[in-house]
Ligand binder design. Sequence first.
Ligand SMILES: C[S@@+](CC[C@H](N)C(=O)[O-])C[C@H]1O[C@@H](n2cnc3c(N)ncnc32)[C@H](O)[C@@H]1O
Length: 226
Amino acid sequence: MRYRTWRIGAIVGAVCLAAWGLHAPSRDETLRKRAAVLERMEGVSWQRQSMPPSDGRFLRIMVESTGAKRVLEIGTSHGYAALWLGSGLEQTGGRLWTIEIDASRAREARRNLQEAGLLDSVVTAIEGDAFKEIPKLTGPFDIVYLDAWKEDYDEFFALFYPMVREGGVILAHNAILQAGDMKDFLDIVTKHPELDTVFLRTLEDPKTPAPDGFVVCYKRKVESKK
Ligand SMILES: C[S@@+](CC[C@H](N)C(=O)[O-])C[C@H]1O[C@@H](n2cnc3c(N)ncnc32)[C@H](O)[C@@H]1O
C-alpha cells in the first residue's frame, strides 16, 4: 500500500514537472519579453521613463564589467533602471535590492520586473522609505545607485556609505543638470579622501543633445590609498 502511494506521488510529481517544463518560458522568450517591456517604457513620457536608454545601458555595463554581485538602488520608480541593472546582475549571478516609497510606482515596478522575468529571482523590490529600509539590509554592496529626491542624497550617503565595499562604486543620477539640488552631497563626494569622483554623460549617438548625467565615485581599495 505504502509503495503504491509512493508510486502515485512520483507519477503526479513527474506530470507536474513536465507540465511546468512545457509552460516555462524559454530564454529567448524571456529576453524578447524583457526587450518589449523596455521598449514600452521608452515609449512613454520622459518623466516616467526617467533616463535615456544609453544611461540604462551604462548601468548594465557597470554591473557586468565589474562583475558586481550586490547592488542597491534607491528610488525604483517604475523600474526602468532596475530592469537594466537586473539584466546585468542576471549575467553576474548577483542581486539588486531596489527601494521605492510610492506605493503605486512600486506596484508598477513589480509588474514590469515580473514581466521581464527578473522579479524575485534577481531583483528584490522593496516598497518603503529608503531611510527606514536601508538599515534593514546587510552590506557590503558592490554598487549603490542613488536616484531618489536630490536634496536627500547627502543623508542617504551617510546611511549607505559604510555598506559600500572597498573597490565598490557609487553612482548618482542627475548630477549635472540638477547639481544645485544635491550640492551638499556633491561637496562630500568630490572632497572625500577615500573616493575618486568624476562626472559622466552618456550619449546614444554623438548627435544626441546633451542629457543629464551621473556622478561616479570609486571607493578606493586600502592598498591604493595614498
Ligand atoms: C527619478 S525617480 C527614480 C527613477 C528610477 N531609478 C529609474 O531610473 O527608473 C525617483 C524615485 O525616488 C522615489 N523616492 C523618493 N524618496 C524616496 C525614499 N525616501 N525612499 C524610497 N524612494 C524614494 C520617488 O518616489 C521616485 O519614484
